[in-house]
Design a protein around this ligand. Structure first.
Ligand SMILES: [Zn+2]
Ligand SMILES: [Zn+2]
Length: 566
């Protein structure tokens, strides 16, 4: 060998040696799940938002990875008409949306286009998703980036991502990331799985919530196939990026197994409805395919003559007998957890144990011997079986007012941005929908936001407030609108640079009573106190702005029976 070739050859040989020394273990193979269990990926971004691939290319990648369904969740406000379910490259493609809330991202599916932008607090966003018939999960709840982690654990989320690939990679130190990028060239999914740890605090949250109500856990791919800079977060103007990690590698890293009643029929609409219904019912377990694939798990709990599957509730009539069996590589340990605590475990065999008669939330974590991470990532995580579960009581009805003063609606005045429209008139007495409360004047309000980009367009009705508001704790009114919409009710005080606190409410073409506690009013922008200083409030406002109304849109509403109550 010529001397000038010798050095590069040695360097190459050493690099190859290092690469093979660092390579993650190969994926182990197992027997397949039953034909009625379908494997798929949840939480995917296409080039419609900040992903790099088309829906067609993503479906093709999922087909190569052996998946049967994908659920897309491009960022949006819910106003885009979702694609109808379709088979693409043989993969059932279901369209959803990742919504922004003030408490984190909410990945929703199973809903049609919203008539107005869905945004605001988690409570308001979830109310809209549920009204539209959808289902949503807290996305990347444990993200190390505070702006991305989920903040509101009281809000009625339907589920959470017990695992989110994006969160997992963000919290790794630089050295394992560099190693994974290096070995990615040879074993991509296995390299990505090397970066997964057991998400201890998110699993703890899930276990705590599951003691009070059913809550579905999913593994979120958060697949973008894009690493790199983005200008102002706008995918259309993005500059340099690399298509890493690729969709196919993401889909080969982990998947969600959904147990259907039957096999997929080939009718995309019916199959999508079946997959979403099974996910809502919690008939799901997640598998880290990079460790072993495809894997399968059967987990049941029996009490008396009743047997519950993953996701079910079980009435306790006698001792709860738990049974779990996995199609798994040898050396795999099944761990049974009750209320988040390890109750029983067994290696290389079916798990059978008696859980007694106490209520408990049971789920399975399975560990292969080739798991990595600190603490080790479970190979399989099941959804719970809820034994002796009593559903929480419905929220108490809004109490009837004990005392009331009418708002000064006769003095209502319009306010608006420079190019917006806002017109307030006394509702005609002949208006049959504007029923009056003790003769209070009703307000008929017509508004329109100017078109174009959102630049703080707003329209408002301002009603003066007399001193003494601090003797009351709620505002209550009747409202009917020209279309479904979400508007603000706000309190304004002449403190600082005029501060406001508010809460949004839903209205549509059916007359309804809205009753909002002042305690639920949140600060708008920077205020000198988190709660409205009721003794200093000067105005009650009804406001439409770009948070829940698109620029260029308008409408009208009739507000009556406006009063402060306690
Ligand atoms: Zn997100
Ligand atoms: Zn996302």
């Amino acid at each position: 060998m010529r001397r000038r070739l010798r050095v590069p050859a040695i360097v190459l040989a050493v690099a190859a040696l290092i690469l093979f020394a660092l390579l993650p273990p190969r994926t182990q193979q197992t027997g397949p799940p039953p034909a009625s269990t379908v494997r798929g990926a949840f939480h995917i971004h296409s080039n419609r938002s900040d992903g790099s691939g088309s829906v067609e290319a993503i479906a093709a990648a999922a087909a190569r990875a052996g998946l049967q369904f994908i659920i897309l969740t491009d960022h949006g406000d819910g106003t885009r008409v979702p694609d109808a379910p379709a088979y693409r490259s043989g993969v059932l493609t279901i369209d959803g949306v990742e919504l922004n809330t003030t408490g984190g991202h909410f990945a929703a599916s199973g809903l049609p286009a919203s008539p107005y932008p869905i945004a605001g607090t988690p409570d308001d966003v979830i109310e809209d998703v549920h009204r539209l018939g959808g289902f949503g999960v807290a996305a990347h709840p444990g993200s190390p980036r505070p702006s991305l982690s989920w903040q509101d654990w009281v809000a009625p989320i339907d589920g959470l991502e017990w695992l989110n690939a994006d969160s997992e990679w963000r919290d790794e130190p630089r050295l394992p990331i560099t190693r994974a990028l290096f070995t990615y060239l040879v074993r991509a999914p296995q390299s990505m799985a090397m970066l997964l740890d057991r998400p201890v605090s998110v699993l703890q949250r899930w276990d705590d919530l599951a003691k009070t109500r059913k809550i579905v856990g999913l593994a979120g791919a958060d697949a973008h196939a894009r690493l790199g800079s983005r200008q102002g977060g706008d995918p259309d103007t993005s500059s340099f990026h690399v298509r890493l990690p690729g969709y196919e590698s993401s889909f080969r890293t982990f998947s969600n197994h959904v147990a259907l009643d039957d096999r997929l029929s080939g009718d995309a609409a019916a199959d999508a409805a079946g997959v979403l219904a099974a996910i809502r019912a919690g008939r799901v377990y997640s598998v880290i395919d990079a460790l072993a694939t495809p894997g399968s798990l059967t987990f049941t709990a029996t009490s008396g003559s009743e047997t519950a599957r993953i996701g079910d509730s079980l009435a306790i009539t006698s001792d709860v007998l738990l049974h779990a069996v996995a199609s798994a590589p040898s050396g795999t340990t099944l761990v049974l957890l009750r209320d988040g605590q390890r109750l029983h475990e067994v290696t290389d065999g079916p798990l059978e144990t008696n859980g007694g008669k106490e209520p408990g939330v049971y789920r399975i974590e399975a560990y292969t011997s080739n798991a990595h991470g600190g603490p080790a990532i479970p190979w399989i995580v099941s959804n719970p079986i809820y034994a002796g579960f009593t559903p929480p009581p419905p929220p108490p009805p809004i109490p009837a007012p004990r005392s009331r003063i009418p708002a000064r609606t006769g003095e209502a005045a319009a306010e608006k941005g420079p190019r917006d429209t806002s017109t307030v008139e006394a509702a005609p007495i002949s208006e049959p929908r504007a029923r009056t409360f003790a003769g209070d004047p009703a307000v008929h309000w017509t508004f329109a936001l100017s078109p174009g980009t959102p630049v703080r367009q707003f329209a408002a009705v301002a009603i003066p407030v007399s001193p003494g508001l601090d003797s009351f704790d709620r505002v209550r009114f009747r409202v009917i609108g020209s279309a479904p919409m979400r508007a603000w009710v706000q309190l304004r005080a002449p403190v600082g640079n005029t501060e406001r606190w508010g809460k949004t409410f839903y209205l549509d073409t059916e007359s309804r009573i809205v009753d909002v506690a002042f305690a639920s009013f949140a600060a708008i922008g920077v205020t000198s106190s988190p709660r409205a200083p009721l003794d200093r409030v000067s105005h009650l406002l009804f406001v439409v702005d770009t948070m829940n109304t698109l620029p260029g849109k308008g409408g009208s509403m009739t507000i009556s029976e406006v009063g402060f109550v306690k």
